[in-house]
Design a protein around this ligand. Structure first.
Ligand code: 1GP
Length: 248
């Protein structure tokens, strides 16, 4: 069973998933080792790896370390096409459906397609939606798109529905890394009710309470990056917010 099929099976059984986002620029090797160890102890479901802009050249080294050390699936979450790497398990192939920038909807995918075709990566087409979060995030600036206003739940639900109709396999609503405010619960609820696809929620989730609220509203996968960079102890505490403490 591939990772996507396993996710579908688990979601239909009501299981919730926790993904730790690793931005290679923000980590030293020693810190990566600690985060990987704590993630294995806590039964983290996925590592996502990527960033809006990578300045350091540590991605290959980090992927090798994670793959040698842990069985947690490692999915690329690429900010651009130089963040592709064949050693990962899969890739969230993001189409930025909340925006109207053709390069982020299809252009970069055309450039990446031959590499991806030749790779062994599991490709997971993902409708990626940026949600306004209180301040301009790196991803909003770098993607040159407008996020969906946080109170416009109808726009969000219609966008997700269109993504599903276009054949996306996941919907990822992101307030952006380090967002002041996470995606609001009413918007999560409305989008979840509109689609049959697994729903990923990330951006600005900094506490177990915020993770729990996202799960309760309908998130199937919660992603945390920034907060873990400051407090690795959060990994275990957020992992416990999944109902029944599964996957441990
Ligand atoms: C960003 O959804 C991720 O793309 C995670 O955001 O770094 O704010 O946790 P944070």
């Amino acid at each position: 069973m591939n990772h996507y099929q396993k996710l579908l099976t688990d979601v239909s059984a009501g299981k919730k998933k926790f993904a730790v986002l690793i931005d290679p620029d923000k980590y030293t090797m020693a810190y990566l080792e600690e985060v990987v160890r704590l993630s294995m102890d806590a039964g983290v479901d996925y590592f996502f790896l990527g960033g809006s802009l990578l300045i350091k050249d540590s991605m290959d080294l980090f992927i090798s370390y994670i793959k040698d050390t842990s069985a947690i699936p490692l999915l690329l979450f690429p900010g651009n096409n130089i963040q592709l790497n064949n050693q990962a398990d899969g890739i969230l192939l993001l189409s930025l459906i909340s925006g109207r920038n053709p390069d982020m909807l299809i252009g970069r995918h055309v450039i990446s397609a031959p590499y991806l075709k030749a790779s062994k990566l599991e490709i997971i087409p993902t409708g990626y939606m940026l949600i306004e979060s209180g301040r301009t995030t790196a991803v909003t600036y770098m993607s040159n798109t407008l996020p969906i206003p946080s109170h416009k739940t109808d726009i969000a639900s219609c966008t997700a529905l269109a993504g599903e109709m276009l054949g996306m396999k996941l919907i990822y609503m992101d307030a952006g890394s380090g967002a002041e405010n996470p995606v609001p619960a009413p918007m999560i609820r409305k989008v979840k009710d509109s689609i049959a696809l697994p729903l990923i929620i990330g951006g600005g989730i900094t506490t177990p309470d915020l993770a729990r609220k996202a799960f309760d509203a309908g998130a199937d996968v919660v992603v945390v990056g920034n907060a873990i960079e400051n407090d690795p102890g959060l990994i275990a505490r957020i992992a416990e917010t999944r109902p029944f403490g599964q996957n441990k």
